[in-house]
Structure formats: C-alpha cells, structure tokens
Ligand binder design. Structure first.
Ligand code: AMP
Length: 305
C-alpha cells in the first residue's frame, strides 16, 4: 500500500464549550495521517517552521507515518485559531497564519512519487496542484478544501477539480463552491467538473457519497459527548483513504465500507483535543465502532404497510 498526503502541519488553538487547547498538534495532514495510520503506512508532505515542536510528531512516526517529505523552513509554523460555540458543526475561524506555508513549494522525495493513493488535504490549491504534477501514476487522487480557499483561490480550485477522482467537503463548503443550495444539485455541479465521486460531510448529521450512478448515506455515530470537532473531516478522510489504500478495491461496495470507516474515525477524534484519541484507540476499538455503525443502520426491509 502506498498512501501519500499533502496538507497543513499546524499548531492549533481551539476553544469549545468544554475547554481550551493552546498550540496543540493540528493541521489537515496530521489528522489525516493519525487516522490513516490505523490501516497502513502513510507518506506525508508538508512544511513546518523553526518553532514547531517536532518531537510531538514522534508518536505518528512510531505508527508508520513517513516524514521524509516534511520540510523544515526558517520562520513561523502554520497556525490556526478557531472556536466552536454550541453548534459544534461549524468552526469559526478566529485567525489563520500561513507562516512558512506562504513560500512553500512541495518537493516530493523520489520514493513518494510512485504513490498509488494520494490525498490532497486542505491546503492552498496551488500546492495541491504542485503535488499532483509530481506523482507518476496514481490509482486514486482525492482532495479536500475549505471556505478560506474557495474564497481566495477559486480558479485554482476549479482547475484542481478537473484533475482529481474524488473530493471531500462539508455541506457549507459544497454550497459555497457551487452556489447551489440543494446538496444533490451541488454534487451534480461538482461531478460535471471532473471528480467521479463527491463526498459531502454533514458533521453530526452524517455523510453522503454521490457518484453518477448512486447515492450512499452513512450517519454520524451518535456520541453522547463531543469534546472538540476539530479534525473530524481529515480523520474521516484518513479512514476512508486508508481503507481504500489497504484493500486496493475501488468497487462501489468497498467505497461504501470506506465511508463507514471514515465516519468511525471521525467519531473518535472528536472525543478529545488534537490527535490524542487517534493515538489511543486500538484495532478492537475501531472494529467495535464499525459493528455499532452496522447495527445503527440495519433494519428488516419486510415492512407491511
Ligand atoms: P477539519 O478536519 O476540517 O476540522 O480541519 C481541521 C484542521 O484544519 C485544523 O487542524 C487546522 O490546522 C487546519 N486548517 C484550518 N484552516 C486551514 C487552512 N486555511 N489551510 C490548511 N489547513 C487549515
């Protein structure tokens, strides 16, 4: 299996109704890798500044995340500050400091260029395109994005859409990108511009997977307490892509399994700050949660009405 991710390697400061975390390990690439590493090795491409506490990435290295593609640049690391109020579905960005990301030009180590599964995590679409130009013959390329880039780099994002197989984005971002209020129409708008699969996440309300032929829906796990939603989207993507890279099966049935595993991984990360929960959980915890998902959505179709 070869799974490559490019994305932000950040220091996050987050406030939720349940507490605060300051300058903790965050960023789309870190969340993705922590989640996907439960399925197999991950190659990470990104940049950190001279102030990044790199020793805190050791647990990820121990889990099989290859940081050879992490550039160490002079300057400040990427920082994101966000807040969630009682509606834990949407983050309010208080501050985004790009730091060393403003001058970053990704250079893939030779060994990474043969990656079969590529995830262009939330980052400047120009950098996502840069990475895509350097991979040789990927089997599946997926990307993610967010409001920040939809507003500031729309043309690059549209170019990227023409070059990826799959996109993951949340409902608000899908509406913003497509200017369609209806999610089915938003998905069609995106499918018309390149990707064969569109995954629209709806936070605590689950996730839809649209292709030209089918629609699949997985609920979110009904957790009794959500502590910090940061990273749910990237952990979802990590579970999803990790499963595809491990099984190398792109059938519709297997994509559906991947969506459920993604939802399971998203449900773990929100139980704590930063990537803590993803580092604690075991294979058995994941299997149990997937079994819970199965129970949650299974019913006897023989309804007498
Ligand atoms: P999510 O999985 O959508 O909750 O993503 C959360 C992560 O996205 C946080 O750890 C942030 O560091 C990162 N992030 C926030 N804004 C940006 C941005 N503009 N570009 C790249 N990463 C970002």
């Amino acid at each position: 299996m070869s799974l490559l991710v490019v994305g932000s390697v950040a220091l996050d400061s987050v406030e939720t109704p349940f507490g605060k975390a300051d300058e903790v390990i965050g960023g789309s690439a870190n969340y993705f890798s922590a989640s996907a590493s439960h399925q197999g090795p991950v190659q990470l491409v990104g940049v950190v500044g001279s102030d990044y506490p790199v020793e805190k990435l050791e647990p990820l290295k121990a889990r099989g995340v290859d940081f050879t593609g992490l550039e160490h640049a002079e300057g400040e690391s990427f920082r994101w500050r966000g807040r969630y109020r009682h509606d834990l579905n949407s983050a309010e960005t208080l501050e985004t400091r790009l730091g060393v990301f403003s001058h970053f030009r990704p250079k893939l180590p030779e060994a990474f260029r043969d990656a079969e599964f590529v995830f262009l995590a939330n980052i400047d679409p120009r950098l996502q395109l840069d990475v895509l130009r350097q991979v040789r013959q990927p089997k599946l390329v997926a990307c993610d994005t967010m409001n920040f880039w939809i507003e500031s780099r729309r043309a690059d994002l549209l170019e990227l859409l023409g070059k990826v197989d799959l996109i993951t984005l949340n409902d608000g971002e899908a509406r913003q990108l497509t200017e369609q209020a209806n999610l089915v129409q938003a998905a069609r708008w995106i499918l018309d511009r390149g990707p064969r699969t569109v995954l629209i996440k709806k936070g605590e309300h689950g996730a839809f997977m649209f292709t030209r032929e089918s629609v699949f829906f997985a609920p979110a796990y009904p957790l009794e307490s959500v502590f910090d939603p940061t990273g749910a989207g990237d952990s979802f993507a990590g579970g999803f892509m990790g499963w595809l890279a491990r099984t190398r099966d792109l059938s519709d049935a297997n994509l559906r399994r991947a969506v459920v595993l993604g939802s399971a991984m998203g449900s773990f990360v929100v139980e704590g700050f930063s990537i803590t929960r993803l580092l604690e959980i075991s294979r058995t915890d994941i299997e149990r949660r997937v079994a819970d998902f199965h129970r949650l959505v299974t019913f006897d179709q023989a309804l007498d009405t």
